[in-house]
Design a protein around this ligand. Structure first.
Ligand SMILES: C[S@@+](CC[C@H](N)C(=O)[O-])C[C@H]1O[C@@H](n2cnc3c(N)ncnc32)[C@H](O)[C@@H]1O
Length: 203
């Protein structure tokens, strides 16, 4: 009987992994513990951890199928921990989610999850980061000072038609909920295909 490969594939993750890795290699210190939120397929966990040889990687997702895919992508990778189930909306986050981590990475969840997840991400990051740790988010955002690319407007409309609770977020609104959690935007890095890599930390 043929076995089913649990690995899911995201063409977007295939495209964006290399540019994200280049930025992380510049932004992050040589070693540390990374908590990844909403790891999805696990492609990022596998490839980004491989490119950051001093880092231990804790992938998470709230979807059981995602956990199986992450495990399969990361099989045999000694610095990637067993993926943990995490719904960012749970309070507090489960005890197996590491605290005092050096960095938290979250790609493409803010716009593909209900808005409450953004506040929950910020609050959880504030609880789980070391004092000097950083939260790095990646994805498309709406900005008052930058005209929204046609592709992002179409993507936003498509997301909202699939789920009215989804959609691109105003960066200013994201910064407000970050501030409520005690985090400020430290760096804004333009990425290919009108995405941003944002670095959040304590003031
Ligand atoms: C578009 S995928 C992004 C996956 C991956 N980070 C990437 O960039 O390829 C969005 C992910 O958010 C996760 N997600 C949605 N709501 C969540 C929640 N409340 N808590 C944790 N993860 C959530 C989904 O399971 C999914 O894996």
């Amino acid at each position: 009987m043929p076995t089913t490969d649990p690995r899911q594939h995201s063409p977007a993750a295939e495209r964006n992994t290399a540019p994200i890795l280049t930025q992380l290699q510049t932004l992050l210190p040589p070693r540390g513990v990374m908590l990844e939120i909403a790891s999805g397929t696990g492609q990022h966990a596998a490839a980004l951890s491989a490119g950051l040889p001093g880092w231990e990687w804790q992938p998470t997702d709230f979807d059981a199928r995602a956990l199986a895919s992450i495990s399969a992508w990361c099989e045999g990778l000694s610095r990637v921990r067993v993926p943990a189930q995490l719904d960012v909306l749970s309070t507090p986050w489960p005890s197996q989610i590491p605290t005092a981590v050096d960095a938290i990475f979250c790609a493409n969840m803010i716009h593909i999850a209900p808005w409450a997840c953004t506040g929950a991400l910020m609050q959880g990051a504030a609880r789980h980061l070391k004092k000097e740790g950083v939260l790095i988010t990646y994805g498309p955002y709406l900005e008052a000072t930058t005209p929204t690319a046609a592709g992002n407007l179409a993507f936003d409309a498509d997301l909202r038609s699939r789920n009215p609770a989804w959609g691109l977020r105003e960066l200013a609104q994201v910064a407000l909920v970050a501030k409520e959690a005690g985090l400020i935007l430290r760096q804004r890095i333009g990425m290919p295909a009108n995405n941003l890599l944002l670095v959040w930390g304590r003031p």
